[in-house]
Design a protein around this ligand. Structure first.
Ligand code: MBD
Ligand code: FE
Length: 296
């Protein structure tokens, strides 16, 4: 069958009716997007001659894997694609500079304890070394950014995140804090050394990665949101530059400029890292995206 099949009157009429394009009411933008989405899916079915059985297998995979959509998104590169797209739009608008953004991932939890600069992020025992980080938060002209809030979250030594830990061993905000920073834009914290993350064995993401001949591992990393009045909220993370998966992250979250090599001493390490923020151009720049986030 040639791809022209989707351009036959019967298919085009079906698309108009299915997306509501032939009627009033509904959301005009959604109707346009829905029509293109359906047409793209139909074109895919024809291009690869996907059988009825295969379509229903895919539906079943999506139904059973719904709880892991937040993990599949980075796994198939779509979350990183959003970064590339936002970067490209920024470049077009002349908004360059600052610390690169990179994916949030699915494991943030809202309302972590708000603590003073220098605090420890770790509440629970963990048989591993210490992680020390410090640096500055500055603006486009090198000015210190006052009154920032630095959200930090990372895995424990088993690669598990509190709130999402399958062993149930962590208290809700272990390795999660919001640091309330002062006028000088300096930050520092101590924590327990994280290890790399692996997708849940046997889950939908794992199944998909195996079917693609890929793995589901991330290097050890630390996530950040940097919020400050007058500045654009930054979503980023540092990945350990000396981790075996530093150049092979299944979630595509590693980026140039975000791969510091920890200064290791035994099983502890120190990382120096400075953040550079862009100035906000609108109130929404100072906020967070509309993504649904977990709350403990
Ligand atoms: C993680 O810890 C993470 O940061 C991402 C992006 C995906 C899965 C697990
Ligand atoms: Fe993570």
């Amino acid at each position: 069958m040639t791809p022209d099949f989707i351009h036959t009157p019967a298919v085009q009429k079906l698309l108009d009716r299915a997306a509501g394009s032939d009627g009033e009411g509904g959301d005009a933008r959604l109707k346009h997007i829905m029509r293109d989405l359906l047409e793209a899916l139909m074109a895919l079915i024809v291009k690869h001659d996907i059988s009825e059985s295969e379509v229903w297998q895919a539906v079943s995979f999506l139904q059973k894997g719904a709880g892991e959509f937040g993990l599949i998104m980075p796994g198939i590169g779509l979350e990183h694609f959003l970064d590339l797209y936002m970067d490209a739009k920024d470049a077009e608008a002349g908004r360059d500079g600052g610390t690169p953004r990179t994916i949030e991932g699915p494991l943030y939890v809202e309302n972590a304890p708000l603590v003073e600069n220098g605090a420890s992020l770790t509440s629970d025992p963990d048989d591993t070394g210490m992680l020390y980080m410090s640096g500055s938060i500055s603006g486009p002209d090198g000015e210190p950014v006052p009154n920032a809030v630095l959200h930090v979250w990372h895995a424990n030594s088993k690669g598990f995140y509190s709130h999402f830990d399958p062993t149930g061993e962590q208290t809700p905000f272990n390795n999660r804090r919001r640091l309330k920073l002062g006028a000088d834009g300096r930050y520092s914290f101590q924590s327990k050394m994280p290890n790399g993350y692996s997708v849940p064995p046997g889950g939908a993401t794992d199944q998909l990665m195996q079917a693609l001949g890929r793995h589901g591992n991330r290097p050890a990393h630390v996530h950040f949101f940097v919020e400050a009045p007058g500045y654009r909220t930054l979503t980023t993370q540092i990945n350990f530059g000396d981790d075996p998966f530093a150049a092979d992250d299944f979630a595509f979250g590693t980026r140039e400029g975000l791969l510091p090599v920890p200064n290791r001493q035994g099983d502890s390490a120190y990382i120096a890292f400075d953040f550079v923020l862009q100035r906000a151009q609108s109130a929404s720049d100072e906020g967070f995206s509309a993504r649904a986030r977990a709350a403990a």
